[in-house]
Design a protein around this ligand. Structure first.
Ligand code: FES
Ligand SMILES: [Fe+2]
Length: 350
């Protein structure tokens, strides 16, 4: 298994889940979601205990799912509350339910042992639900393993080659990175600060800056699921004030949630939050279209890579260089998370 279980994953945007049945597979587990009449999100295994019919293909009556095949009925906890043709409900008639938390516009679901779910472990992306920012977002299905998306996002030098004309300029690939790994908190930081760079259309058209820019990219990856890119652009030479305020900088918080769907497919959630032109719909439309184009350029490349990997002989070895430092650190931490999740839970001390 290459997934890290016993972790929180983004299952959906909150706005995707309404009072109707919604299917999505997370870490190979088919789940059904709905919003209850009281407004909280429910997540259950999407498989009737009777003959495996998908509950997502069934009917929601109030807060009860009535299986579309023979009518077993399940409450919000997944407990069967009615079966057809008999009063006695078998004791084992229940489907697993999954812990869910709505935070920062996302629906997070815990995949693993229920009693290990701790809401405090969910990393934050506060800009997405902050009125001081305007956010555009989407989700693209990726026919590639999630590790390829992690690699892709940890090394932005590919912007120069894969995203030229959108977000890439020569300075991105030419500027060295610094990488730091917080082993205790399991956060990987990769920074690239360009003092004097061409302004790509993504930022020229959205900020209105003319001419060259100072461009900072500060990545923060919280494995396995949440990736943050703190992006700052300003006219060349314009830096934050001595007190840390930054009235002349433009800030864009690019957020990705990387959620494995299966061993070979991924939900690629992306969001772009900005602290300027807050009410400008033209800027929102432009950033949404541009970022989606950029994400689809990655999707196309990673789908190709997945096919290459599946066709190659066992034992093929890649070559890594400095730009891969962050990606290699991410792989190392993910590997540890996968191994830990496969260990049996520690017995309580006696
Ligand atoms: S499969 Fe669901 S009730 Fe028979
Ligand atoms: Fe990319």
């Amino acid at each position: 298994m290459t997934f890290a279980r016993n972790q929180w994953y983004v299952a959906a945007y909150g706005r995707e889940i309404e009072h109707e049945l919604f299917a999505r597979t997370i870490l190979g587990e088919p789940l059904v979601f709905y919003r209850s009449e009281a407004g909280e999100v429910v997540a259950l295994a999407d498989r009737c205990v009777h003959r495996r019919y998908p509950l997502s293909e069934s009917r929601l009556v109030g807060d009860t799912i009535v299986c579309g095949y023979h009518g077993f009925a399940y409450d919000k906890a997944g407990t069967c509350v009615a079966v057809p043709g008999q009063a006695r409900i078998p004791r084992t008639a229940r489907v697993p339910s999954y812990p869910v938390v709505e935070q920062d516009s996302f629906v997070w679901v815990w995949i693993g042992e229920r009693d290990r779910a701790d809401q405090a472990l969910i990393p934050r992306a506060p800009w997405l639900a902050d009125p001081a920012y305007t956010t555009v977002c989407g989700m693209e299905p990726l026919a590639a393993r999630y590790e390829l998306l992690v690699d892709n996002l940890m090394d932005l030098s590919h912007e120069t080659y894969l995203h030229g004309g959108y977000i890439g300029t020569p300075e991105v690939a030419n500027t060295p990175i610094t990488t730091e790994v917080d082993e205790d908190n399991r956060i990987i930081y990769v920074s690239r600060h360009m003092a004097d760079a061409a302004c790509p259309p993504f930022y020229a058209k959205s900020t209105g800056i003319e001419g060259r820019i100072t461009r900072w990219q500060d990545i923060e990856y919280h494995p396995p699921c949440l990736y943050l890119l703190h992006s700052r652009v300003a006219p060349v030479g314009v830096l934050p004030e001595a007190d840390g305020s930054d009235p002349h900088g433009f800030h864009v918080e690019v957020v990705y949630a990387i959620t494995p769907e299966t061993e070979h497919s991924t939900h690629d959630f992306w969001a772009v939050a900005r602290d300027f032109a807050l009410d400008d719909r033209g800027v929102s439309d432009f950033l949404r279209d541009s970022n989606r184009t950029v994400v689809l350029q990655d999707v196309t490349a990673l789908d190709v890579l997945e096919r290459v990997i599946q066709a190659e002989p066992r034992g093929y070895r890649e070559l890594s260089i400095n730009i891969d430092t962050g990606g290699l650190a991410a792989r190392r931490i993910l590997k540890r998370m996968v191994a830990e999740a496969d260990e049996p839970a520690k017995a309580p001390a006696t």
